[in-house]
Design a protein around this ligand. Structure first.
Ligand SMILES: Nc1nc2c(ncn2[C@@H]2O[C@H](COP(=O)(O)OP(=O)(O)O)[C@@H](O)[C@H]2O)c(=O)[nH]1
Ligand SMILES: [Mg+2]
Length: 305
């Protein structure tokens, strides 16, 4: 079954892909076999993060349109409980997600943040890996920049876009440090607001030390996503960053290595827990009787493994 799924996914079968994601989400027996057979992939993963209401979904919507115009295929994962894509109707007619749902070049999946300890989604790495096996040209992951999520998104994404809005003129300083550090491209959306230019200037000043120290180019792009302004500039910056990333020759970077180590640790722990049988433990404890020492017991148990 799983081998067949992989073939269908690789052929671009969206239904098979959607089904597989659900199976993985629900940890249906055998999904690990599928995961183990996934070939390496270089589909660029673009993370887009920022505060709620900054316009991330609106930007993604405009990006999808641009990508589709260029005859490319895109998958979008939306992990934003405050404005999920499937509630697009609530956001007004500008988000035309229903249109994308029927477009064979676009796949959109909303994920709940259930059970995740401040991170993105318990299965985000697996789901992104599945998407990478499918013939998409881009994978976009939208997340709210809160809690631990920006650390995860920076590890998961090849290129991270941080979306901000001009607020109270020059209060860039109050921006979360975490967001500051992970942006490869900064987007100042809602630039139709009068204080946008001041904000952009201050943001560039704040980024200057990083740019200078690490010889980085960190573009700051003004957009009015609701009017699709600035989206092409953003796409150009994005493509340059993807190219630069591909040139480094390795998809591993420090953040990704940490994320994978974290995930491996979690999975190994889970696997070890799977062979711990509480009933058997209780029997052993009862057999030891009054001489039972909890700490010796644990020590012996670990040595036996
Ligand atoms: N004035 C203005 N409003 C915008 C712009 N971009 C998005 N919005 C609106 O801001 C609200 C939040 O946008 P949304 O994309 O859901 O933000 P998200 O929470 O970051 O995904 C919606 O009502 C959008 O229509 C913009 O450039 N200018
Ligand atoms: Mg959103």
């Amino acid at each position: 079954m799983w081998q067949q799924y992989l073939q269908l996914i690789q052929q671009g079968d969206i239904k098979a892909l959607a089904r597989c994601i659900s199976l993985v989400e629900n940890e249906v027996g055998g999904y690990e076999t599928l995961m183990q057979s996934l070939p390496p992939s270089h589909t660029p993963v673009v993370g887009i993060t920022g505060p709620p209401g900054a316009g991330k979904s609106t930007i993604v919507d405009a990006l999808i349109e641009l990508i589709v115009q260029q005859q490319k295929r895109v998958a979008v994962l939306c992990i934003d409980p405050s404005s999920p894509f499937n509630l697009g109707a609530l956001l007004g007619d500008r988000i035309r997600m229903s249109e994308w749902y029927n477009n064979p070049h676009v796949y959109i999946r909303s994920l709940a943040t259930r059970g995740s300890l401040g991170g993105l989604h318990p299965k985000i790495i697996e789901i992104a890996d599945l998407l990478k096996a499918a013939p998409f040209d881009y994978i976009i992951v939208e997340t709210v920049g809160v809690g631990q999520s920006e650390i995860e998104i920076a590890g998961l994404a090849d290129v991270t876009i941080v979306t901000l809005v001009p607020e109270a003129g020059d209060e860039v300083q109050t921006m979360k440090a975490g967001l500051m550090e992970i942006g490869d491209v900064f987007v100042v959306n809602k630039s139709d607001r009068p204080d946008a230019d001041v904000f952009v200037k201050n943001l560039r000043m704040m980024l200057a030390p990083a740019v200078h120290n690490h010889q980085l180019n960190i573009p700051v792009i003004k957009t009015v996503a609701s009017q699709k302004k600035g989206i092409e500039e953003m796409m150009t910056a994005l493509k340059e960053k993807i190219q630069a990333f591909n040139k480094t020759g390795s998809t591993l970077n420090n953040r990704r290595s940490w994320l994978l180590a974290e995930k491996a640790f979690y999975l190994i722990q889970q696997k070890r827990m799977a062979d711990v049988n509480k009933t058997a433990l209780k029997k052993n404890i009862e057999a030891a009787g009054d001489k039972f020492n909890l700490y010796q017991f644990i020590q012996n148990y670990q040595q036996r493994k």
